[in-house]
Design a protein. Structure first.
Length: 297
């Protein structure tokens, strides 16, 4: 036990204590592993004393305990590796460059969107220091600013609320309010500008037909204003309590509109089909990748 067991204990301990040279963000994920290893080391020392004092029975007991301790040590080392890999993956997913970003939520989206407020808060809090965030709701034909641009990310996250999910909050289209939000970007700010528009994208202000899909006056004005202010518009499609939750055709028109606005402003639109609603988890993962690709390269 003293020779073989000690070698594995020292090796595992050296691997785990190397965390002090890792980035600070990795350390919380392996702190529990270190605590567990310390407990194993204490029990291993007790086993060594028992083995020395006991002849044949104690020797056999020591070998059994050595095997158990070695298994635990290997398990802890494995957990360390997994924890480090997880930390590296999370770090790779994080937005790396500070942004000036307005998060706009259409207030008449279906109630399932309310379940995504938590992951939206996580996204805001995960932005790098120096980012500015504005939170606004597109409701009943006006822009309700819940939080003006701020570098206090926690404050911005806390300003989010569950959408009303009511036809009383419906507007003819979300794009007039997007233009209002674009005007709140200060041209003197340094850094990259973006809008995250969470909407059904449907503009019925001038009728509902195929020619209006992605081709209305307010959509053209939104694209022009965003490009003039150097703001990329990213969009998440979600159905509203109105037409887009009842009609696949309406949903496809709304998605076509979001697609055009995002494509022509340097952003990207994210969809999950035209029926039902699932989650924003994959949208936020892909959004982080797109932001890093766009602004970090």
């Amino acid at each position: 036990m003293t020779v073989g067991g000690g070698w594995w204990v020292v090796s595992a301990w050296s691997a785990l204590t190397a965390h002090r040279s890792l980035p600070t963000a990795h350390r919380p994920l392996i702190h529990a592993n270190l605590s567990a290893l310390k407990r194993i080391l204490n029990s291993t020392q007790t086993t060594q004393l028992t083995t020395i004092s006991g002849e044949v029975f104690a020797s056999l007991k020591g070998k059994v305990m050595f095997k158990r301790s070695s298994s635990f040590i290997f398990a802890i080392a494995f957990l360390f590796t997994v924890g480090l890999s997880t930390a590296s993956a999370k770090e790779a997913e994080a937005v790396r460059v500070p942004l000036n970003i307005a998060i706009l939520i259409q207030d008449n989206l279906t109630s399932q969107v309310g379940n995504e407020i938590g992951v939206t808060k996580e996204f805001i809090r995960s932005l790098p220091a120096g980012s500015r965030v504005m939170v606004g709701y597109i409701t009943a034909g006006r822009l309700q600013v819940r939080q003006s641009f701020t570098t206090d990310l926690d404050r911005a996250a806390k300003s989010l609320r569950i959408p009303m999910a009511s036809t009383a909050a419906s507007a003819f289209n979300p794009y007039v309010e997007v233009i209002d939000a674009l005007k709140k970007f200060d041209p003197s700010w340094r850094g990259n500008n973006a809008v995250l528009l969470i909407s059904d994208g449907l503009d019925v202000s001038r009728g509902f037909d195929a020619t209006a899909a992605g081709n209305t006056l307010d959509i053209h004005r939104t694209i022009k204003e965003a490009n003039r202010r150097d703001v990329s518009i990213y969009s998440f499609y979600a159905p509203s309590v109105g037409l887009t939750s009842r009609s696949r055709l309406a949903a496809s028109y709304g998605q076509s509109s979001l697609q055009r606005v995002s494509d022509e402003t340097g952003g990207r639109a994210f969809f999950q089909g035209v029926s039902g609603f699932v989650t924003f988890d994959s949208h936020f993962r892909r959004l982080r990748e797109e932001l890093n690709r766009h602004y970090s390269s």
